[in-house]
Write a protein that binds this ligand. Structure first.
Ligand SMILES: [Fe+2]
Length: 215
């Protein structure tokens, strides 16, 4: 990464925040209506497949012709566009989207992982059941939440409160209708669902076409 010479006056420092990890959250307008249709579709697909999340590369939910899926595809594309703009990418990008549904019944969780061979990854939430009724006997449980971890190993080791590197975990309990988008390399995990109502989401990868042109 080359430094751009700054015209700062002597004695006045310049600052660079290096290697950012950009996380985006957006609530999709019109999600109530779409989520009713999408939830039905996802539960239908779950009944057909035993390892829907594990075999996520075997399918692309976005190829479905359901009108709610068409809406979702447009929302995903807009989110990727907004994300690229925030990064400061000023040239056109060409990407494909691949998506798969996740159904977490009581006790289900997703272990720590990232999404190789993609540029960005995201999840859209159809139903995140209220965990208020869950039997939690420990205060450190976070049922239904998703946690992301600092991609710089052990960057928190020498950190002090307020320096931005103190907490290696970023955790969110998503709302239905929210879409999260992050760099595909970022490790994350989904905490167990501890209630009888299934937690439903649709995850996706953003894969760039013609990557060589971007280098
Ligand atoms: Fe994931």
């Amino acid at each position: 990464m080359a430094d751009t010479p700054q015209q700062a006056a002597p004695g006045s420092p310049t600052f660079h925040r290096l290697w950012p990890t950009l996380f985006m959250a957006v609530t999709l307008p019109g999600h109530e209506q779409a989520n009713a249709m999408l939830s039905g579709l996802v539960l239908e697909k779950n009944a057909e497949q035993e390892q829907m999340t594990t075999n996520y590369l075997d399918q692309n939910l976005l190829e479905d012709e359901n009108p709610a899926v068409l809406w979702l595809r447009q929302c995903f594309d807009k989110a990727v566009h907004d994300y690229a703009q925030e990064l400061g990418i000023s040239y056109p990008l060409d990407w494909t989207l691949q998506a798969w549904p996740n159904v977490n019944f009581k006790g289900d969780y997703h272990n720590l992982h990232n999404h190789p061979h993609a540029w960005l990854s995201g999840t859209y939430y159809l139903n995140v059941p209220d965990q208020g009724e869950a039997n939690t006997f420990r205060s450190d449980l976070n049922p239904g939440a998703i946690s992301f971890f600092d991609p710089r190993p052990q960057a928190n080791m020498g950190a002090v409160r307020g320096d931005g590197q103190f907490d290696p975990e970023f955790r969110r309990l998503p709302d239905a209708g929210e879409l999260f988008l992050w760099p595909a390399f970022l490790h994350h995990l989904v905490h167990p669902n501890l209630v009888d109502v299934p937690r439903l989401s649709i995850s996706f990868n953003v894969v760039l076409r013609n990557k060589a042109n971007y280098l």
